[in-house]
Design a protein around this ligand. Structure first.
Ligand code: SF4
Ligand code: SF4
Length: 472
């Protein structure tokens, strides 16, 4: 079908391409089909828009927000400290990331088993920001049919300025998004300071922001749905995560088939208007059944509901339902997969809670000083240690250091028994332990107690081994 054969009247329906032409975003020969989805209105589109506004607002506000005096989200890799919703972590807390990542991953798997790709359609950053870019495109280039007619013409001034304005706005948007992302790593005050200085004063951050801006521009201006279809690992896993009872977006063939005109006797509810196909951002026909290319954007539901309203027929020919229910059976909510996932989820929540409870606002570790394990000093044997204390609280704290051992003859020398540490500050306090050679009967444990004076955290006990020998 040549571009010139497209309809020319502005009030013509959107079904400019016959159903046989649109079969996803890749042609049979592997080349890309440039999918231009038609505009759609409806209850799901409105709800998704509200969800996107909330998510973008939250994402943009987080670097500005403070909880308990700390940034709500600030990943300060430079200083190896991380602020997460009021809590402070340092490099020693990296093991907690395991619980965070596995928790997010498993939550997504659980959600998918129950509700299909609801994440993709409602909350994935790719979906959320692509919607913004599509609105910009719509603003400058018009609706699908207007745009396709214009694209079919030779390049003229009207087409050129619209393209330039669209892509200039895309570039500005990409730069803006990259800078908000950057603020998560350098803090918002840090970002504002950088913006007011020449790039040569912070070349790494500038290079990082420029690269991310370029990637965002390429992704949202050109690559688009291909990221979901060809790159996203979560998208590739769908066939393993979804079963017959997962709630997905599907077409009801029992009600819709056989397709036919509205006035045809014996025809099903589907009037084969192709509207559900032309609104699809991945260019698929949901009437062919659940496909891995479906990102659950709900556009086909709103499009078909609109047609049903016009025909005075009940909505829901395309709807959220399970494949089993669309086939005429009852959806089974309780099934082995959901049971196993529920048990694993509860176990994961308990493990994460226990791990989080272990997190305290300071670290204390007893380390042996480099060098020989012990030295003879006259009639005594001496071991040298240091206790490394790190204050992870967002305020200055005072710590008391005491020590004891299994040997009653051990004598401790601690040059600083009280330590003041500022926010995320660390100090090493030397500790010397001596025993008379005559009292030494073997190696023994040395324990150092570190207690915050404000009593907000329990004291920590860190231990090591006294090593020695009676000698000549
Ligand atoms: S929008 Fe509804 S009626 Fe039109 S082709 Fe799709 S399923 Fe059939
Ligand atoms: S089939 Fe429907 S829900 Fe799936 S991507 Fe296309 S328009 Fe969105």
């Amino acid at each position: 079908m040549s571009k010139r054969s497209l309809p020319l009247l502005p009030d013509e329906p959107d079904n400019l391409l016959p159903p046989t032409v649109v079969k996803g975003s890749l042609r049979a020969d592997g080349t890309r089909e440039n999918v231009i989805p038609a505009d759609v209105r409806g209850r799901f589109t409105r709800a998704r828009t509200l969800a996107f506004v909330f998510l973008i607002g939250l994402w943009a506000a987080l670097p500005w927000m403070k909880i308990g005096g700390n940034p709500a989200l600030f990943l300060d890799f430079d200083q190896r400290r991380f602020f997460l919703f009021g809590a402070t972590f340092n490099a020693q807390d990296t093991w907690l990331v395991f619980f965070l990542l596995t928790g997010v991953g498993f939550g997504l798997i659980y959600l998918t088993a129950l509700f299909g790709r609801v994440w993709c359609g409602w909350a994935c950053p790719q979906t959320v920001f692509l919607d913004v870019y599509r609105r910009v495109e719509r603003l400058f280039q018009g609706s699908r049919e207007v745009r396709m007619r214009r694209e079919a013409r030779e390049l003229d001034l009207d087409r050129a300025w619209r393209k330039v304005a669209t892509h200039a706005t895309f570039v500005l948007l990409s730069i803006g998004i990259a800078h908000v992302i950057l603020s998560y790593f350098v803090s918002m005050p840090g970002l504002l300071k950088m913006v007011n200085h020449a790039p040569s004063e912070h070349p790494e951050a500038f290079a990082w922001a420029a690269s991310v801006s370029a990637m965002l521009y390429f992704n949202f201006a050109f690559f688009r749905e291909q990221l979901c279809l060809a790159i996203c690992p979560y998208g590739r896993l769908q066939s393993a995560l979804i079963d017959q009872d997962s709630i997905v977006i599907g077409y009801d063939p029992k009600r819709g088939e056989p397709r036919g005109k509205a006035k045809d006797a014996g025809a099903g509810a589907c009037v084969d208007c192709n509207r559900c196909v032309v609104v699809c951002p991945t260019g698929i026909d949901i009437r062919n059944g659940l496909q891995i290319d479906c990102v659950s954007c709900t556009a086909c539901i709103d499009a078909c509901d609109d047609i049903m309203d016009k025909l005075h027929r009940p909505r829901g020919l395309i709807r959220y339902s399970s494949t089993r229910a669309l086939g005429g059976d009852e959806t089974r909510w309780l099934r082995p997969r959901v049971g196993i996932y529920s048990v694993l989820l509860v176990a994961g929540v308990i493990a994460a809670t226990l791990a989080a409870r272990k997190h305290v606002d300071f670290e204390a570790n007893l380390l042996r000083l480099p060098g020989p394990p012990y030295v003879f000093d006259g009639d005594t044997i001496r071991d040298s240690f240091e206790v490394h204390i790190v204050n992870k609280a967002s305020a200055t704290r005072t710590y008391d250091v005491t020590a004891e051992s299994d040997s009653p003859a051990a004598v401790f020398v601690i040059p600083a028994r009280t330590v003041d540490l500022g926010e995320l500050e660390g100090k090493r306090i030397p500790i010397f332990v001596s025993v008379p050679r005559s009292a030494y009967v073997g190696d023994f444990h040395v324990r150092v107690h570190v207690a915050p004076r404000d009593g907000k955290d329990p004291e920590q006990v860190t231990q090591s081994q006294f090593l020695g020998a009676r000698g000549p």
